[in-house]
Design a protein around this ligand. Structure first.
Ligand code: RIB
Ligand code: CA
Length: 327
């Protein structure tokens, strides 16, 4: 009987999604991986999830379930500028020998949550599958332990000044998830930009020398090259791995309760996660969380936790040890 937390990982691999898979597979009881069009087409992100599991030697035991190919209300926007045409450019991997399971991702999410207690959903791509599952079976909102989202931001965006990519791609889906009544943990870009690895970390992966570590190094190499081409510093942000790490070891992240909603109509702000943490009246929210959390809320009661600060050394210790522990 596994004592590991039961999770469903909904993702759009994606280089940083692949890091999330490497962490989740070793430290959590991954009931299944569901895929969503986002960084790349559904076909490609599904293939990439399978390829990642094959690198880890876990493709026989963990199923991959393809989900929606596009958002609820608007055409799909992808991110080839960061993840390449395949969605996982860089590492040279053989064509996968495994295929996606027959069941649709949304049906898998609903059936799994209804049949198992204490399931956590970790979502590291656009939230279309999760929202569709909530629409199909609203009771999953009260059955899941929590929904941990890599997306949004307590402060600035990345795809637009106000919106982070995963939320921007499908704001209607994000609105449904943040307003479903389940406990939501938001690992926003304000947090994940504290988790950027560089050349020195990539070289450490090479020294570890396992197949997973070399895969991590190849992913990092490509991601850094793309960031440089995009005029960004030579770093690779581990956005999605932060959301997974938060579930593995909650002590790695300082968060605060807050009401989070999603802007759908703003000409400049569509896809923005509007976070009400006015109750955190202290100059330094993370210091005053306990005190401020007792104070009256000016806005609506919190429906989520917004991640504020990452223990980056602790994250890297988790990542290095995980890569070492793969065969
Ligand atoms: O904004 C970062 C997010 O968008 C990450 O999940 C990355 O994989 C992309 O999907
Ligand atoms: Ca992602």
């Amino acid at each position: 009987m596994s004592t590991k937390k039961k999770v469903i990982l909904d993702c759009d691999p994606g280089h940083d999604d692949a890091f999330g898979i490497m962490l989740a597979v070793q430290h959590l009881d991954v009931l299944g991986i569901t895929t969503i069009g986002g960084n790349c087409t559904l076909e490609n992100v599904t293939r990439n999830a399978i390829k990642t599991l094959e690198v880890l030697g876990k493709a026989d035991e963990i199923g991959v379930y393809a989900g929606h190919s596009c958002p609820m209300a608007v055409p799909l926007v992808t991110a080839p500028n960061f993840h390449g045409e395949t969605g996982l450019d860089g590492p040279v991997l053989p064509e996968p020998t495994h295929t996606a399971r027959e069941q649709h991702a949304v049906d898998f999410i609903v059936d799994t949550v209804m049949a198992n207690d204490d399931v956590t959903i970790i979502a590291t791509g656009p939230l279309t599958n999760v929202a569709a599952a909530l629409n199909r079976e609203p009771r999953i909102a009260e059955r899941v332990s929590e929904i941990c989202v890599m997306g949004g931001s307590v402060t600035f965006g990345n795809w637009t000044p106000a919106a982070e990519f995963n939320i921007f791609v499908d704001p209607e889906a994000a609105y449904r998830v943040f307003n479903c009544g389940a406990h939501v943990k938001m690992t926003g870009i304000n947090l994940t930009r504290q988790c950027c690895i560089g050349i020195e970390h990539m070289e450490e992966f090479r020294k570890i020398g396992t197949k997973a570590a070399n895969f991590a190094a190849d992913l990092t190499d490509f991601f850094i090259q793309q960031d440089i081409k995009e005029g960004e510093p030579p770093i690779a942000c581990m956005h999605d791995a932060c959301a997974v790490a938060w579930i593995i070891d909650p002590s790695l992240i300082v968060a605060a309760p807050m009401h989070i909603d999603v802007e759908l109509n703003g000409a400049l702000t569509r896809g923005m996660t509007v976070c009400d943490y006015r109750h955190l009246r202290g100059v330094d929210p993370k210091v005053d969380i306990e005190r401020d959390a007792q104070m009256s809320y000016r806005g609506e009661e919190p429906n989520a936790e917004g991640a504020l600060e990452l223990d980056f050394p602790g994250f890297m210790e988790l990542l290095y040890s995980t890569l070492k522990n793969y065969d």
